[in-house]
Design a protein. Sequence first.
Length: 274
Amino acid sequence: MAAVPETADIVERALRAKIAAAAKSPFVMGICGAQGSGKSTLADTLQKRLVASGYKVALLSLDDLYFSKDERQRLAATVHPLFRTRGVPGTHDVALGEAVLDDLAREGVTRLPRFDKRRDMRLPHDAWDAVDGPADIILFEGWCVGARPQADDELAAPVNSLERDEDPDGAWRRAVNGALRGDYRRLFDRLHMLVLLAAPSFDVVAGWRIEQEATLRHNLEARGESTDGLMSDVDIARFVLFYERLTRHILEEMPGRADLVIRLDAARRPVATN
């Protein structure tokens, strides 16, 4: 399920070259990739390697910026019912992300938010990880980190049954696109380097996501912990529909501007870079 070591080697070389040529601190690298592409494993591996080289490295995940379930219920009531499900732009606390990046540039301790997906809520502040600042490098990973909005005319036709049946007038997808044009653009403009782990197509994403859930289930059972809150394969099949439009757009649009594109095969092996 995890990214293979070759991917970490490729990204590390590119990152070290960028850092050597840059006069920016903290240096913020974004890692974008579809669900299950290996972003988290890649970020963890890079953090360990860079810390071993003497860098102060902070790891921030877009997933840890999700609004909790109660907050999304309010979005569902006031904006669109589909915002009840976490994932798309509009379901993250972007202001929190900006504040964390600001804090990581300063002396002192910064708390990094953590989100419990099984309970669908952000953990209490005292349970967040602590990082001594200022950081030298910030690794910011997430499925749509660095994404840009679509053109308005691209929103007209639904891309799947979810959009066709539950967003027939396009209000939800226009709201998602509007979020990318606004707060998310400001957040993503803070990146100094953008890496894309490019899936071979959207068609592999559900399978990758199912593998993730199966691994998590196995690990919880091995520790004797509850698996309540995990998704079934049917749940995942619906869940990835929320991600389909923007994932397809990223795979089409981002390779033309990302600093590094690593094209993966269905087994997550890097098969090409540019």
